[in-house]
Design a binder for this molecule. Structure first.
Ligand code: B12
Ligand code: SF4
Length: 463
């Protein structure tokens, strides 16, 4: 039965002094990719933050900030949180902060992926009372409780604060939640329905679907990925099922997409979730590495309704896979096996490819093309991305090792985080002019190959 499983989360304690809270988040940056105002999926960070705050009795408004948005009026709010979900959207959020009208006594907070990597700079640029570092749910509630006495924010773990002498410091580390099943379900009701339910995002179907997250984090060490080497936390099967039942009841979904960084790490946990959701008879998709799936698990997933897996193939070149430090056992042969096993289990296949990682050249591009060509009969869709050194990644943090330029370590850094997006990005990131020329021409070849082999279909690229 719906909500049977839901109990008040351990973070909740109904508030006698409710606050009005605004959480601002950036519109997703994919206009360039789709050349139209394509809706992207909901902002899970703000949705979870809103859920714990609402559960504690506070009133929450979520505000989507567009690049050219008019100045926002936040005078009605006691607490304002800026969620900076990627480096690329730092400028958009900063503009919102600088032009917003605020109450002088409002508690101002910032957090999110970029803030996690650059808390001191975010604190200074945003002029907020505190920047949350890491998981934000418990920290947000503790900050709200201290909104009338911001000097007591130092009691809250997981914050970056300004000392009275103007220096910055971090309060103790906040350990990640032991069990994210304890969190309330994301507050989707704060968004318009069409930001939650979509009909063009589940494989090639037009099923009514929603996006969900059943795990957080990824322990693997891929050098291009800003989520690498983080602790993985899974929700329980019962918690996953409760959310899907809520989505069926409220939004009449017929399917869903799991948008976790890497859902298939712990096969036991995945099987537990599959067992719990099988009776719901929904269709779904998920992202995975190629070396964590087995025929047995794929069969279990198929019985639970999985119709598409999006594999991080990245490259067809063994040398490039090695350079990327994919960890585990990733190789062209393992890619072949994963695709074949998924097909054998009657699960559709989409591949994610990254072109232009440091070391890429004409030969490695040809290897990628050749492997794609070999696998093409079994592959429904391909998403081709151009490599960008994302802040927070191993590559970004080791510019000399990768002959990188254009990062904030560069003496000529212009402060523009906006270029760290992965679509239509033609920036010269690494190597000399001849490396770049080779990269450009081999990218064009690969692009043409993908476009002609999977016409119109590769563009439905979002996870
Ligand atoms: C789902 C997802 C998307 C979705 C969008 C979701 C959305 N509407 O925001 C799509 C596919 C559209 C997308 C697009 C992009 N993404 Co994305 N995305 C993710 C992914 C897989 C999960 C994000 C998520 O929901 N996490 C779960 C929530 C619960 O965590 P969270 O957002 O970090 O929030 C927690 C804390 O940070 C904190 N917190 C957050 N906000 C605040 C605010 C306050 C006040 C406080 C106190 C705390 C706090 O509390 C939250 C709860 O614990 C992450 C990977 C990852 N591990 O985060 C990549 C990731 C964030 N994306 C990334 C990138 C690069 C992008 C793009 C720039 C790609 C592009 N187009 O070029 C765009 C930018 C979109 C944007 N608006 O920022 C990179 C960011 C790296 C970086 N340094 O910038 C990541 C880390 C992927 C990676 N592995 O490298 N993305
Ligand atoms: S690319 Fe995938 S497997 Fe590698 S660290 Fe990122 S999420 Fe994990």
């Amino acid at each position: 039965m719906l909500y049977q499983f839901r109990v008040m989360s351990p973070l909740a304690s109904l508030h006698s002094d409710p606050a009005r809270i605004a959480i601002l988040y950036p519109e997703v940056y994919d206009l360039a990719r789709f050349r139209e105002g394509r809706r992207e999926f909901p902002p899970f960070g703000p949705l979870y933050l809103a859920a714990v705050a609402e559960e504690a009795g506070h009133e929450v408004v979520l505000m989507r900030i567009q690049e050219d948005a008019p100045d926002v009026n936040l005078k009605g709010f006691d607490v304002v949180g800026f969620s900076i979900s990627s480096s690329a959207t730092y400028g958009v959020m900063l503009r919102a902060r600088r032009t917003a009208s605020l109450r002088p006594d409002a508690l101002l907070l910032a957090g999110g992926v970029h803030a996690n990597f650059y808390p001191e700079q975010t604190l200074a640029d945003f002029g907020v009372h505190a920047v949350g570092v890491g998981e934000g749910e418990a920290a947000l509630l503790e900050c709200i409780d201290r909104r009338h006495a911001p000097d007591r924010l130092s009691e809250v773990a997981g914050l970056c604060l300004r000392a009275t002498d103007g220096t910055t410091y971090q309060t103790g580390n906040r350990s990640v939640s032991k069990d994210i099943s304890d969190l309330p379900l994301p507050s989707r009701h704060l968004l318009p329905d069409d930001a939650v339910v979509m009909t063009d995002r589940l494989a090639d179907t037009d099923l009514r679907m929603a996006h969900v997250m059943f795990s957080r984090g990824c322990p693997f060490p891929c050098r291009f990925c800003a989520a690498a080497r983080t602790i993985i936390q899974y929700r329980s099967g019962a918690s996953a099922r409760a959310e899907l039942e809520q989505l069926q009841e409220r939004y009449a979904i017929e399917g869903f997409a799991i948008v976790d960084d890497n859902f298939i790490v712990n096969r036991k946990k995945v099987a537990e979730i599959c067992a719990a959701i099988t009776p719901l008879d929904l269709r779904w998709s998920a992202l995975s590495r190629v070396d964590t799936v087995t025929p047995e698990l794929l069969a279990t997933m198929r019985s639970a309704g999985c119709i598409e897996l999006k594999f991080g193939m990245e490259s067809g070149s063994a040398r490039m896979l090695e350079l990327m430090n994919k960890g585990g056992k990733v190789s062209p042969d393992v890619i072949r096996r994963a695709v074949a096993d998924a097909r054998a289990a009657d699960i559709g296949v989409k591949l994610f490819v990254i072109h232009g990682y440091p070391g890429e050249n004409r030969a490695s591009t040809a290897e990628t093309m050749s492997l794609l060509d070999e696998l093409a009969p079994s592959v429904d869709r391909v998403s081709l991305f151009r490599f960008v050194p994302l802040p927070g990644t191993y590559v970004y943090n080791n510019p000399e090792e990768f002959r990188l330029s254009g990062t904030d370590r560069d003496p000529e850094w212009d402060g523009d985080w906006g270029r760290f997006h992965i679509h239509h990005n033609e920036h010269h990131w690494w190597g000399d002019e001849s490396d770049f020329a080779e990269l450009e021409s081999s990218y064009r070849e690969l692009r043409e190959y993908v476009d002609s082999t999977w016409p119109d279909r590769h563009e439905s690229a979002a996870p």
